[in-house]
Each structure stands twice: as structure tokens, then as C-alpha cells.
Ligand binder design. Sequence first.
Ligand code: PRT
Ligand code: ZN
Length: 295
Amino acid sequence: MTERRLRIAIQKKGRLADASLKLLKDAGYRAVQGKNELLYRVENAPIDLMRVRDDDIPGFLEDGVCELGVIGENVMAEAFAGNGEHERPEIIQKLGFGKCRLMVAMPEAARYDGPASLEGMRIATSYPGLLGEFLRRNGVKATPILMHGAVEVAPRLKMAQAICDLVSTGSTLEANNLKAVELVFESQAVLALTRAGIDPAVQNVADSVIARIEGVVATQGTKYILMNAPRAALDEIAEILPGANSPTVLPLAGKEDKVAVHAVCRESVFWETLEKLKAAGASAILVLPIEKMMM
Ligand code: PRT
Ligand code: ZN
């Protein structure tokens, strides 16, 4: 009998492809190319990576072709726009990469006084579902014009008066003399789980992938900080520590009034933070990177 393997869909080529593979690598999975380009085999766990177009991932999750997927939340939301919640895959974790905003944009010179300005317009987009929801939410009647690429040229070609497209740096809008006027959807890459049910034979593999990926994401931008501090300054020091829950406080041998403080900081630790800690009486302050974390 062949071993049942968990299937994770990731983008084959494009903006999410490298980061998706890196995420799995950081989670300890060693992927090697299998018999074909489509399938990568994880050597050290019963997992296959399906490398596909991102647009195929929501459908694969819905049908249970794969159990997990790494996908832009925008693509997932578009695939299920107006579709109720029933088979929509579950979003397990935001992954911190592929960040972008789906925005309505118009020519620089056009007048814009809020969503009502879009009334009656033709709006070019690859996201007719999300745009449609936005228009309905705002009580605006406008016509989405479906385009699969180069949406930003539509106003110049007089195909549409506005566009609704993804923006990250904003340089595409700028190069085309467009200005962003409305945020429709804020997105980043997510880990999504099928609702089609998981074969019990791979349930524990799926649990482990999810826990490890949560751990990888949790360490992003986190630091471990250690210092000695006067016992009397503990409250003040806890206030200064960025994004730290209750720090660990340990006695220091031979010193009644001083303690060692250890904490995981979930936000950046800047030099300014260290200076404030020092001013509060802390000394021997160390900031260390965190390599792995399991929540
Ligand atoms: O071949 P396949 O179908 O798999 O790939 P694709 O061409 O559909 O997608 P791809 O690789 O371009 O993008 C994959 C995902 O990356 C998207 O679904 C988003 O979740 C995310 N992402 C993040 C972006 C951007 N940033 C982004 N800036 N996707 C597209 N863009 C495009 C945007 O459409 C516009 O053309 O980049 C341009 C704008 O960028 P700026 O930096 O000039 O603002
Ligand atoms: Zn795509």
C-alpha cells in the first residue's frame, strides 16, 4: 500500500513562490523536485508540495485536492466573494509576506469626493467579486470590467474611468498617473486549510505543519531580551519592553535588591528601548535573536 501523504499547494512561479518555499524550509521541511515540476517531495516528512497557479489553490482546497495551501488572502476572498461561508477554506494563519492592498484608483486629475463619485463608472479590475461587494456596501452602481492583467492602462485606453487593482509600493499607479482613492481589501499571504475533511492518516502531519508554521511566524521580528535590574524598577521595566507579556524574573545569587529579567519581545527592540531600560536602572542588557518557537 502506498503511504498517504499530506498535500500542500503553493504558487509555482510569482510573487509568493520563493517565500512559500522558504516558509516550509524554515519549518524544517526539506523539499526536493519529484518526478515532475508540479510536485515537490518533502524528504523528511510524508508531505507533497503541489506547485500550481495561485488561482487554482482556492478550488483545490475546496475540493480537498490538497489539505493546506499558501495563498494571497485576496485570491481566496475573490474566489469565494458573495458565496457564503459554507465551503470556504479556513484561514489558519496570516504569514507576514505578500502584503498588498486592493485599491480603487483614478486618474490624478479626476475629482473624487467619496464612493458616490464612482456612480455609473466603468471600473477595470481582475477582482470583480471583491469590487462588487465594495460597491454594494457603499450603495454605488458601477460596472466592473474584467481584465486579467495590465489593469492600470485601462483609463488611458478609455476602457474605464477607474481601476481596482493591487497596490504594494504604489509605483505602478504613479507611473500611470493614477491616484488611489479607496481601500477595498487589505491582503497578505495566508495558510489555509480545507474544510473537505482530512484523512485521519495525515491529520497529525497537518497538525504538525500548522504548529511549526505558527512557530515560524511567531518568531518573525521577535527578540529575546535579558538584563539585570533593580527589583524596585520591575514595573517600569515591564512597561518599556516592547510587546512582551509577563517577563520571567529570576533571583541573582548574593544580591537581594537585584534580579535577572528575561522576556520575549514581539516588536522591534531599538537602541532607544535599551537606553530607556538603562535609565530605569537595568544593566548588562542582551538582545538575542530567536531561532525557533513552538506555541
Ligand atoms: O501565475 P499565477 O497566477 O500563479 O500568478 P499571478 O500573476 O496571478 O500572481 P502574482 O505572482 O503577480 O501575485 C501573487 C500574489 O502576490 C497576489 O495575489 C497578491 O496576494 C500578492 N501581491 C503582493 C501582489 C502585489 N503585492 C502586487 N503589487 N500581486 C500583484 N501585484 C501587482 C499589481 O497587480 C500591480 O500590477 O503589482 C503591481 C503593483 O505593484 P506596485 O508595487 O507598483 O504598487
Ligand atoms: Zn494568478
